[in-house]
Each structure stands twice: as structure tokens, then as C-alpha cells.
Design a protein around this ligand. Sequence first.
Ligand code: HEM
Length: 485
Amino acid sequence: MAKRVLTTESGAPVADNQNSATAGVGGPILLQDQHLLEKLARFNRERIPERVVHARGSGAYGYFEVTDDVTGFTRADFLSEVGKRTETFIRFSTVADSLGGADAVRDPRGFALKFYTNEGNYDLVGNNTPVFFIKDPIKFPDFIHSQKRDPFTGKQEPDNVWDFWGHSPEATHQVTWLMGDRGIPASYRHMNGYGSHTYQWTNAEGEAFFVKYHFKTNQGVRSLSADQAAELVGKDANSHQTDLLQAIERGVNPSWTLHVQVMPAPDAADYRFNPFDLTKVWPHADYPLQRVGRLVLDRNPDNVFAEVEQAAFSPNNFVPGIGPSPDKMLQGRLFAYADAHRYRLGVNHTQLPVNAPKAAEADNYGRDGVHATRYGSRHDKNYEPNSYAGPAQTDAALGAPLAIHGWTGTYETAAHAKDDHFFQAGELFRLMSEEEKGRLVANIAGGLSQVTRDDVIEKNLAHFHAADTDYGKRVEEAVRALRED
Ligand code: HEM
């Protein structure tokens, strides 16, 4: 094999990569040492801003294969035929900690999936939890501030975490989920993924449906207890990354089965709770799981920075036949992600290989900006409409329209007949075995008992009492016992 020559960024050969050029032996360094200057300057610029949330993650390529006919519900082309395969990229993540944090912590996990479809990239940016803590995006920055490091102490503070939850009764369901057995997945392979929000599907006849996505792990759900996790973090802070990387390198390709719950659009208005409320699940008895296909991960990225750190997922990357619901949280996210990417990666982040369409081509009049690499051919016009056969709109609606009534204003999420903040938290608690209830209560009490203000503790206890009398009583007793210690 020909010997590879070390070069500068401009391709010139480097004579010495061990000693910098000096004015005589032992003299000061010369400004003319281009290789040294370039090497140091380049090194200074290696880091980009980490994601404001979900900073720490792991990624893998794979494919999605349709196993069941869902054409009655959506006209999305990548779901149009049993057996059809679409290339994918997934990024799993923790939420609260920064890039250097540990994997085996109690935190939701991100489950961000990019389908490189022949109608453009479809991003489904979900979590491993079917619900979320809040239901209005205006609260998201406050929520995240309360969960990340305190600006004064520089670390996560139980006072802040529980103060926010104490003010957010709608978080009780997700808090119950997070403090329960699934709160610390054993690995990224051993957890389910959920779209969490309600999305809209539209079929070829223009009929609308509301859907929720469930990716069930075929590896089985496995979780860690708080003690097991603490031990693992000490041994390998990168345990989830290690597990995913090694599994795929060994050819043990993890897979998930995708199911959807499908609600005919006319059901939404009178459903007993608001079907667009992200703090609620739809009971399977109302809308059973229907199988769609299989996600398989079979290739590790070659370069973590280029492909995982630079990956950009946006909930507003839809394809025809799939679109948003009026869920306010989702609507907020439709703005937030691409905006974050423009800050974190620049306006041309969609041209990076991991983010660019693979089975379709981006063809539009967006031009220039920092690091532009896509610019069409020399005769392409950069305005539209034009007389030169440039790309033109299709006039085909991407989804069915949503009927809207009422006046503009700042409203709470509309409550339906059976809506309250607590009943599904109570249902989840009552579903748990006696042992799991014990662990849930111990996990909650472990955090809540560290809170310094009694009024914050009381606010949180009131939520558990409202969810279920036994739940409230047990958390209260456990917190009291720990505080009296
Ligand atoms: C209004 C609520 C929310 C806002 C404003 C928000 C905002 C953000 C932002 C700014 C990022 C960083 C994006 C980047 O720099 O690439 C992010 C990442 C992420 N968010 Fe959210 N988020 C919200 C709620 C949610 C919910 C409800 C879910 C799950 C159902 C979710 C899942 C994720 C995931 C998985 C990532 C990481 C994506 C990746 O791997 O690159 N977020 N979010």
C-alpha cells in the first residue's frame, strides 16, 4: 500500500510533526510555521455548542421494513407496501445532563429517528416515555432550567427539580413513570420508544386519523435499580454507548416493532379526555396497537462527531400523509428544533451527510449562507416562479385540514369531560406490583426528602395524594421517615 503523506489543510506535505520551527536550537517559535499555527488554531475550534437538552447520545444506522398494510390510514410512500425498506438513522440520548455526563442515570431517554424516505426525510423525535412533564411549550425553558445545573451551585438541585414539579400538577403522571422501574433503562437496546405526541395521518382519499407511535423493543424491556445504576456509572460512565456499539459490531442487531394506535379524526372532539394532551396515554382498550413494521439497527457510524453530534432531527420534517396534530407542545417543537440546529450547526446543517436526504433530493431556491455546498447547476435560477423549468410546487395538500373555532388568546389546554391532571398517574400506580410500588415510593422519597422547603414538599405530596390515596400516604410516610433520620 502506498505510504500516506501527512499534509496541511491545503494539502501541502508536512516535513516535521514532532518539532516546531524555531529561530535556532532553543530559540522562540517562528510565525512562519504554518503547520503549527494551523494545528493549534484548528484544535481550538473542535467543539461546537452541545445540544441545550439531550446533549449526551449514541447513534446507529439501520432500516425500517413495513410488515403490515397501513395504507387505509396514511398515504406516506415509505409505508405504502409490505416489505418496503427505508434507510434510517437513530440517535438515543439522556436529557438533563451535559455531554460529559453518565449514561445509567434516572432520566427519560431520547429516541430520535430519521427515515430517509423517497419523499424526503421524515424525523420522528420521540422519547422512551409515552408521556411528558408539561403540556404547553411556553413552560419548556423553565422546566429544563429546573432539571439542569443550578446557576449558583453548578449542580442539579433537588430543590429546583421538585419546586418545578410542585408547581406542575400535570407532571405527576410522567414523574410516576420516571421514578418507577423503567426510569433507568439497562441499555438503549432494552427500552421502548414512543412518538409520545399525537400525530395526524392522512390517507389517499384525504381521510384524517390521529395516531400515536409505539416502538416495542424486541430485546425485552430491562431496567436498572438505583443501586445497580450507581454501581454501573462508577464502572463505565458510557455504559449505553458501549452496549450499543458492541452489540452492532458483534452483529447482534437490535430491533423494535412499530405499532400505532389509530383514532379516526371525528372521535377526537368528544373523546373523554383531550387526545392532544401529551401528559396522557390512550388506553389500548380504546385504541388497540396495530403493527406497522420493524426497525433494525445494523451499522455503527464511522465518526461520532460527524454523524452523531452533527445529526439534526426536527419534528417538523414530515412527508406527505403525516403531519402535526394541534398538540401545543408539538406545535412549539415545530419551531424549536430547526432553530436550535441553525444556532448549533448553522443554516446549512441539512447539507451535512447525516442530515441530507438520501433517497430524495433537496431542490429549492434556498441559497448560500455559511458553508453552503449545494448550489444546483450553472443555469439554475434562484427565484420562483421562473420560466426556466425550475422546481415548482405540487398543489397537493400534505395532510387533511384541521377545523379551528374560537378566539385568539392564551388558554389552558382544553379539558374534556374526564380530564384532570392526576387520574392516569393513579392508574399507573395501581397497575404496579407491590414490589414496584415500594421501589417507586423509595425513589420519590429519596429525592423529595432532600428538598429544604416544607411548602415545596407539601405541594408535591398533594399531587401523589390526588393521584391515589394509598400512593400519597406511602410517599408521605417515606419522606417523613427519611427526614426524621
Ligand atoms: C416544547 C417542548 C420541547 C422543546 C421546546 C424541545 C426542544 C428541544 C431542543 C432545542 C433540542 C436540541 C436540538 C438540537 O440541538 O439538535 C431538543 C432535543 C431533543 N428533544 Fe426536545 N423539546 C421539547 C419536548 C420534547 C418532547 C416532548 C420530546 C419527546 C417526545 C423531545 C425529544 C427530544 C429528543 C429525542 C431530542 C434529541 C434529538 C437528537 O438526538 O438530536 N423533546 N429538544
